[in-house]
Design a binder for this molecule. Sequence first.
Ligand code: FE
Length: 348
Amino acid sequence: MRPLTNALAAGTLILAATGLASGAHADGEVNVYSYRQPDLIKPLLDAFQKETGVTANVLFLDKGLVERIQAEGANSPADVILTVDISRLTEAKDAGVTQSVKSEIIDSDIPAQYRDPDGNWFGLTTRGRVVYASKERVPETEITYEDLADPKWKGRICTRDGQHSYNIGLFASMLARHGEAETEKWLTGLKNNLAKKPDGSDRDQAKAIFAGECDIALGNTYYVGLMMTNEKEPEQKEWASAIKVLFPNSNDRGTHVNISGMAMAKNAPNKENAQKLMDFLASGEAQEIYAEQVFEYPVMPGKEPADIVKGFGQIKPDTLPLSEIAANRKKASELVDKVGYNDGPAGE
Ligand code: FE
């Protein structure tokens, strides 16, 4: 079955060609399977086509990207995978739907901590997992992750589900830095400081601060930009304006970041063009365009995020390699269960 037919039948997919009407395929094509919304990556793919003449077709999926490529097998049209979070990038690698890429261009433009040592995935932008703090009720200008277990925050912290990949990434970084025993103690302390059972999205935590249900929360940086500019749901602007962004551990190891990234599909039929696209996406210029679109940070040092994001203050990313986050995810997930994190604060 051709993927497009499949896509339409499934009703969950949108195929968007960014090609120009005439001569679009003169220099060939490349097929991108993306968890990122087509309108977010269109400016980049348009720039790519302008530079190389190669048309990028985007298949947007909101779930099941790996399963789909597996099901398509050797005939999969997928060339390049674009997705967010180390959990999904490693899921793709572990499922065997990616292949190793060696490129001097990529290696010089993407710092080693943000790429797979085997070349199966590459981070293009980062997102900080930061503290959202009430402007009104939190005078602190600095809170470390370790501080979140301090009893002074009892009944004052909100987070989403402890098993969500964003939290697992952070907890995995704590494991990598502090080991299992200390991290378990810390996670228990954080759980005991929760104002309520973990629930909702990162944006909902800002909403909870706005509503006075808690004073600090964990959230990703880009959601603050998304809330601040949300014309469709302008109440989100109020949630955003109730909080300030604090970058944990700026004075020591740095703030935990996760990545949004790319991989080459295992059976890429347009391998040469896939390589071209990946080299292009890795460039500092493309990183900046991409980062600006999604309110994230380019991985290349010295490249700038959007002005709104700059307004949060300076981020100093933790230098821990993302491959180590990946290696500690399973243990982090086990710890979340072990301490009963999702049961919420003790005695609720
Ligand atoms: Fe997100």
